[in-house]
Design a protein around this ligand. Structure first.
Ligand SMILES: [Zn+2]
Length: 354
């Protein structure tokens, strides 16, 4: 929690014409003249010695009143400079948007408020970023459909699911209903995605390579698919649920990071029988409980968005496998460095996340 003391100067910060608190943020009174914005201790801010007229102005941070009018309200009580400082701080932290900005064809994402606090990208910028992304999700199963639907809900412009066969009973509960049983999985999945977000494209990408491929559900991704992605230089992220534990990562940027073969070679170093076991698991999936699917899908979706955003920075899945265990309530980070016997020969890689 940060305490705002009104003793800073940030003249270069341009205040919004019509300031509006990010959706989800409230003005909370703490007593003793203190006002709190936000709840989480890592982000929340407390302003001290807030006079009643400033509190009244803060109550109008809903985009309905201009900064000029708010300052005029406080001016009567000689508190305009204090209010200006507070608005400057809130703007600098990304807590305020401008309700006066012109409308765009694509509505600003409602789901990106707290993403903007973490990334420094405004909701408007995030909306535009995500609309440009194209992601292909390869897989068969509830994790595949759930990840695809979350990416669509997050505003990714093109979500293509590469799948085949017919919807089976084991896939119900991940978005499919009884009415989908026996339907072509590809068609049913595309319709499901468009029900989540009608703006999302779901067709083939054509000549455009995807920005990211997600390899979902398979316990061991099919080697021929992995080889194709590496040969085409397509960034890919593995996600699966195995024995009740969700696994997300590593993120593979061909030629720059370690790869899935590195992971396999490390596994074989620890267990000499792994190559034979892996060959039997390639492309196979394991039915998972819906709660484990949901926990893993959420992690896979957000890590996909981070990988897409931070093309020049290392996201948490960089040469790392994240293992989510909903039963134990843990997310473990397992290093997945380059293996000396793998031919992927990653270069110096990319810089760590700022
Ligand atoms: Zn490798």
């Amino acid at each position: 929690m940060r305490m705002v003391e009104h003793d800073y100067g940030s003249a270069e910060i341009v205040l919004p014409v019509k300031p509006k608190l990010l959706p989800g943020l409230d003005v909370l009174e703490r007593g003793d003249g203190q006002v709190q914005f936000g709840v989480h201790s890592g982000h929340s801010v407390v302003a001290c010695d807030v006079s009643p007229d400033i509190l009244s102005a803060l109550r109008r941070l809903d985009g309905s009143t201009s900064t000029t009018d708010l300052l005029a309200l406080a001016e009567g009580e000689h508190h305009a400079e204090e209010l200006r400082d507070l608005l400057t701080e809130l703007t600098e932290l990304g807590f305020l948007e401008d309700a006066d900005e012109p409308r765009t064809d694509t509505p600003v994402l409602r789901d990106a408020s707290f993403w903007s606090l973490r990334t420094g990208r405004t909701r408007r910028e995030t909306t535009a970023d995500r609309a440009r992304y194209a992601v292909v999700v390869h897989g068969v199963g509830r994790l595949t459909t759930t990840v695809a639907c979350l990416l669509a809900a997050a505003g990714v412009g093109h979500v293509r699911v590469e799948t085949d066969g017919l919807v089976g009973e084991e896939e119900l509960g991940g978005g499919f209903s009884d009415a989908d049983l026996g339907r072509q999985r590809r068609t049913a999945t595309a319709e499901l995605i468009q029900r989540v977000n009608p703006r999302v494209k779901t067709g083939k990408l054509g000549r455009r390579p995807p920005d990211l491929a997600v390899l979902a559900d398979a316990v061991v991704p099919a080697p021929e698919l992995v080889a194709e992605l590496v040969a085409d230089g397509i960034t890919h992220l593995r996600a699966g649920v195995h024995d009740g534990r969700g696994v997300v990562g590593p993120l593979v940027i061909p030629g720059r990071s370690s790869c899935l073969r590195c992971l396999d070679l490390h596994h074989a170093d620890r267990d000499g029988h792994w190559p034979l076991v892996a060959s039997q698991l390639a492309g196979r999936r394991q039915r998972a409980d819906l709660s484990d699917v949901s926990a893993t899908a959420a992690l896979a979706c957000v890590q996909s968005l981070r990988a897409l955003l931070s093309a020049e920075r290392r996201p948490p899945t960089w040469e790392t496998t994240l293992e989510v265990d909903a039963f134990d309530g843990t997310v473990a980070h397992h290093p997945a460095p380059p293996h000396p016997d793998c031919g992927c020969r990653p270069s110096a890689g990319i810089p760590p996340m700022a």
